[in-house]
Design a protein around this ligand. Sequence first.
Ligand SMILES: [Cu+2]
Length: 480
Amino acid sequence: MQLKPFVDPLPLPPVLNASDGKVLQVSMKETEQKLHRDLPPTRVWTYGGCMPGPTIEVQSGKVARIDWRNDLPAKHFLPIDHHIHGAEKDKPEVRGIVHVHGARVQTDSDGYPDDWYVPGQSRLHMYPNKQDAAALWYHDHAMGINRLNIYAGLFGNLIIRDEHEQSLNLPHGEFEIPLTLSDRLLTQDAQLYYPVSGNSEAPWVSEVFGDAMLVNGALLPYLEVQPRRYRFRVLNAANARFFHLKLAGERPFQQIGSDQGLLSAPLTQKAVLIAPAERVDLVVDFSTMAGQHIALYNDALPIMQFRVGGGNVRDGSVVPAVLRDIPRMPESAATNQRLMTLDEYDDCVAEPMLMLLNGKRWHEPVTEKPVLGSTEIWSFVNLTDDTHPIHLHLVRFQILDRRRFDQGEWLASKTIRYTGAPEPPLPNEMGWKDIVQASPGVVTRIIVRFDGYVGKYVWHCHLLEHEANEMMRPFEVVPA
Ligand SMILES: [Cu+2]
């Protein structure tokens, strides 16, 4: 069906303040939501009754307590694969556990994948927010099914504010807008379709891409803007799709932040590539576009439209030339280095494809035990043909470099022979990150200080189908 573009206003999720000292109650529940004016309502699973869920705002340094309640139905409506670890037939069908992506929290509030709970139960999580202003996001992390739960709609934004950022006078209030991107496949009657393999006993597929691009849960919406600066907090909440964003006519915009907050200085960009779970913080100045309709594209396809009003508008916001100080972490600070392979096995009949980290499965004993407060360099040796967005819970890190290597030589002798010079991170990867795009045939190195708390956390590929099928491993921060 050809849907008429730009007939629905961009939905803006309600904003909830979680820094007022009270416990914030958020319920996971099924609802119906219209994705487009001309479509019937779609069944979705949401936090708080909308997809994306409410935007939760917290202040850096102020504790937030959120009681995440599971009020979902007892039956799942998407195809569970009981061969997937953690989703066996003896497990309840519907399970949930909330992870705030990018939050520095104790392990019992982090949403460890095995800590799921069933409908009728709830879990109180405590977020100290001892970290810089950043756009985080919350989503389901239940073992073996979180790709289905997130696809069903269980995701939302969580914004950390701090005084430094508030002092900069960036566009804010009604001029700061979340743009949460996802893609879905829809049936004829506009219901979510999650694709399956040919094997009804093992329906897992290795990646899911939809042709319906949603922005804040709407298909091809529009946003009326004034001819002035706007700040867009962009999140890629898709299961597997990378978004390559640009404005019509390749109009430039500024990128001011990435996963873990502001960059050191604004960057002028004409396009930006965002892997699943990555965030980019953009400022678009519409002041020269008064009266125009400007589409936002993912590659060649428009995904939404900005309708710029006319007239003279006083814009008191600024984008300062210096946003914050981000000292580069010297390699010499690292006291440990780890080589982590990203592997793919596709020659096995029972499992059409299996991707592992370091050749190990989820349930095997913990092998990565960084010391609290110590700094390590992790090298992701990508032996596959895919870019895998690798995410570590608890920490923020910096990207050191990427370097091509000889995969054949690695397979033959487990040694790394580099075939190119190290390439520095892209300019928009020079800030604090919690996801890194690990490119195929490349060793991608990050440097990370394990600040925060001791305990068990996870690191994983953020292509949700990979993560579900063993591309996730625990790590344990141990006392100094
Ligand atoms: Cu992956």
